[in-house]
Design a protein around this ligand. Structure first.
Ligand code: G4P
Ligand code: NA
Ligand code: NA
Length: 192
């Protein structure tokens, strides 16, 4: 079975809809992961971005890491994950952006060492869930400041009723989502 179909089936069986905005995917993405399914996702992202000239896959800890790793493995390139820190200190050796977290109600800094991102990189960003997109926008700002090129964004689950993916597409970025959720009002409704 292909990654998209299998992921949809797993979500219908194992996801927990908390309210009309939030769905818990702990059994599939955010706490437990199924390595075979994650590898299928990586294969799918790699197929979609095969000709995009990617030399590095970037994500943010922690839940983006499995899908980003699988994608990087399939493309045969390194994967780098931005770290999150609650710190006010600035470090000249890191790219750093402050991002608010809507669901957690806190502000964190995301950091990437300048050793691992620079102007020779052409980057594919992979993330697990996109909601308002604050974290991903922070990462895109870092890519721009580093002088790297952005090949695109791959997300496992796009929540279409929140603005994140749309606002990033409006910047002219290619966004590929494996699964799109149109609504959580009557359980999970996928967009086709
Ligand atoms: P985002 O769109 O950039 O992710 O920003 P937002 O501030 O909206 O989301 C903050 C965090 O909440 C992100 O995790 C995001 O994946 C998670 N999130 C948003 N909507 C949902 C949802 O419906 N279900 C679940 N399970 N998570 C959601 P994070 O801060 O990156 O944390 P981590 O998962 O990497 O530890
Ligand atoms: Na998350
Ligand atoms: Na994430």
């Amino acid at each position: 079975m292909d990654a998209v179909k299998e992921l949809q089936e797993r979500m219908l069986k194992e996801a927990v809809v908390i309210n009309q905005q939030v769905v818990l995917l702990d059994a599939v993405l955010n706490h437990q992961v199924d390595p075979a399914l994650i590898q299928e996702m990586g294969r799918e992202f790699a197929a979609r971005f095969r000709d995009a000239g990617v030399n590095k896959v970037l994500t943010i800890e922690s839940s983006g890491i499995p899908a980003a790793y699988a994608t990087a493995y399939e493309l045969g390139v390194p994967m780098v994950f931005a770290r999150r820190k609650q710190t006010l200190a600035t470090d000249p050796d890191v790219w750093q952006e402050r991002v608010p977290s809507f669901t957690k109600g806190i502000v964190t800094d995301i950091l990437i060492s300048k050793r691992f991102l620079g102007k020779h990189d052409r980057v594919l960003v992979i993330d697990d869930i996109i909601a308002n997109g604050d974290a991903v926008r922070g990462l895109l700002n870092i890519i721009e400041r580093a002088g790297a090129e952005l090949a695109g964004l791959g997300v496992v689950v796009e929540k279409c009723f929140q603005e994140g993916a749309r606002s990033i597409r409006e910047r002219g970025v290619r966004v590929e989502s494996l699964v799109k959720i149109r609504s959580l009002e009557n359980g999970i409704e996928f967009e086709d």
